[in-house]
Design a binder for this molecule. Structure first.
Ligand code: ADP
Length: 394
């Protein structure tokens, strides 16, 4: 028996998708729709080793989904065989701690949560509505970025802010990238031949967005993102931690709240520090003697080391650490810089292993390293497919 599941990840102007057979975990199709709402939108569809492309104007997510359906009709696989749709959903607040079947009540809850995630939840809702119209006969599930962190310890998720205000406005740490932290921590435990709940682990998800989590007893006890995905590590274009006083100061200096939001989310991080947010470009700039790129790199590593060290203290030790996502999986220089700084805390990197690119989970520490250091490719779509399968079979 096969169980094809369509996984959708809808952003404001793009939709990424995959069809995964949840029985044997093979990928049947992948695709990307871009520039939705702009003059010329595009769709790229890959299946059975072939790539198909089309360009038109898709005014909104409904028209984009119609283009997706047309691609499947023309080139396969058959959408009629799809047994469920899984939607990546950024903010589940404290309401959702697992994957849920989407009904009108869930959609309303997502609308109610939109003020907490104005950049992410509205396009996600648009994607859900369009997909439910295009594929009305199968169940649709929401998989939340926040769900894995829904049961953080209270002292970890509580901000030291007036309790009444916090309660009224649901201000607390939620954490994001949970699908990836969940997948990678389980993958690492499995790969090391250990049970997930017997390891003290740290997962560094270093992509354009970046976050780190600490896991013990099978559960996350800390993570670096907060109320929004802006807190924590230095990211491609996001500040990560700054003094919250900066926000009030910027506002008093004449910058509007939307402009501040834009500055902190889109024009900061590595991009703000050195004009580049792709680590390949940053590496090349450092090699060419660019002082701004060097400082940006140093700030990035400093923050990451700071978090890992702090999480080791909270965990009371560390068995294994995973590097994952675009930077974590591919940039050996970042991994080497982090591990060098943490050598005295038991990070003994094996330099040749660190340079290996296998595309699979592998150990990059020495055989006698007190902390086992791993590269573990993430696969959020596969984790989503597994969760939808579990929900279908429940
Ligand atoms: P997201 O899903 O957050 O958009 P990814 O996890 O795909 O991001 O990571 C994208 C980032 O990974 C790129 O911006 C780039 O900085 C980094 N990256 C990708 N490939 C490489 C590579 N070969 N070497 C160094 N960095 C890389």
């Amino acid at each position: 028996m096969s169980m094809p599941i369509l996984l959708l990840n809808a952003g404001s102007s793009s939709i990424k998708y995959q069809v995964i057979d949840a029985e044997d975990e093979t990928v049947l199709a992948t695709g990307l729709i871009e520039r939705i709402g702009e003059a010329s939108s595009t769709i790229k569809h890959k299946t059975q080793g072939e790539t198909f492309e089309a360009a038109d104007r898709y005014a909104d997510h409904t028209e984009a989904l119609a283009a997706l359906v047309a691609m499947f009709d023309a080139h396969g696989p058959r959408l009629a065989n799809v047994q469920a749709v899984g939607h990546r959903t950024v903010h589940g607040g404290s309401k959702f701690d697992r994957t849920v079947l989407i009904d009108d009540e869930v959609i309303q809850a997502l609308v109610d949560l939109s003020p907490l995630a104005p950049l992410h939840n509205p396009p996600g809702i648009a994607g859900i509505k369009a997909a439910k119209t295009a594929l009305p006969d199968v169940p649709h599930y929401a998989i939340f970025d926040t769900a894995f962190f829904a049961h953080l310890p209270e002292e970890a998720y509580t901000y030291a802010i007036d309790r009444t205000v916090a309660k009224e406005l649901s201000i607390r740490r939620y954490g994001f990238h949970g699908t990836s932290h969940n997948f990678v921590s389980h993958r690492m435990a499995h790969f090391l031949g250990r049970h997930h709940d017997e390891l003290k682990m740290i997962v560094c998800h270093l992509g354009n967005g970046a976050s780190v989590s600490a896991i013990a007893g099978g559960k996350p006890i800390e993570t670096s993102m907060g109320l929004t995905p802006l807190q924590g590590l230095v990211m491609g274009t996001r500040t990560g931690d700054i003094d919250p006083g900066v926000v009030a100061y910027l506002n008093r200096s004449g910058m509007s709240v939307p402009d501040i939001d834009n500055l902190l989310n889109k024009k900061s991080g590595m991009l703000g520090l050195c004009g580049k947010n792709d680590f390949r470009d940053i590496g090349a700039a450092i090699a060419a003697g660019d002082a701004d790129a060097k400082l940006a790199f140093d700030v990035y590593i400093h923050r990451l080391v700071f978090y890992i060290g702090g999480y080791m203290a909270l965990l009371g030790g560390l068995d294994a650490i995973a590097f994952t996502a675009g930077v974590g999986e591919n940039d050996a220089t970042v991994r080497a810089a982090v591990c060098e700084r943490l050598h005295t805390l038991g990070f003994h990197l094996d330099a040749p292993r660190n340079e290996l690119r296998t595309g699979r989970a592998h150990i990059i520490s020495t055989d006698d390293s007190p902390v086992t250091i791993c590269v573990v490719p993430t696969n959020e779509e596969l984790q989503m497919a597994r969760e939808v399968k579990d929900a279908l079979e429940a």
